[in-house]
Design a protein around this ligand. Structure first.
Ligand SMILES: [Zn+2]
Length: 325
């Protein structure tokens, strides 16, 4: 039986029913209890190990009136470590060239998701991904794809409409598959891409093509990139990956092939690891695997059967996972 990856619950109630009402965003922003998340060029303001959510009464007048504003949602009870339950979050996306220095004070900095994911709480990471996804969409969809007119913003930032032909546009998501390949001897096949540092290994990923199922994409991508045939694919979970707009669909897949052949275009090396080989390689620094809070890491640890200790982490007190025979 293939188990699914742990799937954290949503952190925010996006209030999809009510955010469509005109004036909803204004009503939220009229309440001083809401909090503001500042975003610029894929980065948000952080302090310590947390996203900095601003009290609107303390930043009044510091934001341009026409700044892109999106309603993110209200915190669900017990789902955020710092924010009170029911706190409305409003995203403000500064122009790329806007001066953001006024927002940065002592102990505060702008951080992108990749650098922050290692230390953010799961709740903040989820909010970051949502903000990133919707900000990316607005930045690339300001004009109507039919007629080129500037589109207007509706539904508290979740819909754009063309004033000329009334066509409606919604945030886009591109499906991609990410595959953990397990061989007949229970080893995992990880790939190292030319785009990465030479000792980084991860699961293999690729986009779903038009008119293709996710399972078909998994089989095709794996054959293309590492040259093995999959005979079974099991969906295990997904992760939003808005860089710029992917939804990663995770599959655990099995192959009877023992020889992997990297494509030499994207993939430089495809390498089998047993559990003990992978843990030893990561601990020694010989191999680097994906960081925590990524679905790739979750899938690798899903196969491993527990937490993989990172480079240099003390072995004392840690429980080792035995090899399956
Ligand atoms: Zn149009």
């Amino acid at each position: 039986m293939i188990q699914a990856l742990p799937s954290p619950e949503a952190v925010l109630d996006r209030d999809c029913d009510r955010r469509t009402a005109s004036g909803y965003l204004d009503a939220v922003q009229a309440r001083p209890s809401h909090r503001i998340m500042i975003f610029q060029r894929g980065k948000t303001l952080v302090r310590g190990n947390a996203i900095l959510f601003f009290d609107p009464t303390k930043v009044a007048g510091q934001l341009p009136a026409d700044v892109l504003t999106v309603y993110l949602g209200k915190t669900l009870p017990g789902h955020h470590p710092h924010l009170p339950d029911g706190t409305d979050l409003v995203l403000k996306v500064l122009e790329d060239d806007a001066d953001s220095s006024a927002w940065i004070s002592q102990g505060t900095s702008l951080a992108g998701y990749r650098e922050a994911a290692a230390w953010l709480s799961g709740a903040d990471a989820a909010i970051f991904l949502q903000a990133q996804a919707v900000a990316n969409w607005h930045q690339t969809h300001q004009f109507c794809p039919r007629c080129g007119s500037a589109t207007e913003l509706l539904w508290a930032g979740w819909k754009r409409r063309c004033p000329l032909d009334a066509s409606e546009h919604f945030p886009r998501t591109d499906p991609a598959v990410i595959v953990a390949i397990v061989g007949g001897d229970d080893r995992i096949l990880l790939a190292s891409n030319f785009a990465w540092e030479p000792n980084r290994y991860s699961t293999v990923a690729g986009f779903v093509e038009a008119g293709e199922s996710a399972e078909q994409a998994a089989v095709r991508e794996i054959l293309e990139e590492v040259g093995v045939h999959l005979h079974a694919t099991h969906y295990v979970g997904s992760q939003a990956w808005p860089f710029p707009r992917s939804l990663m669909l995770g599959f655990l897949a099995h192959t009877a092939d023992v020889t992997a052949v990297p494509d030499n275009v994207e993939v430089r090396e495809a390498r089998w690891f047993s559990r003990s080989e992978l843990q030893a390689a990561v601990l020694s620094g010989e191999a680097v695997i994906s960081q925590r809070l990524s679905i790739a890491r979750a899938m690798i640890e899903h196969w491993y059967g527990g937490r993989i200790r990172d480079y240099g982490e003390a072995a004392e007190g840690a429980t080792s996972v035995g090899e399956k025979s």
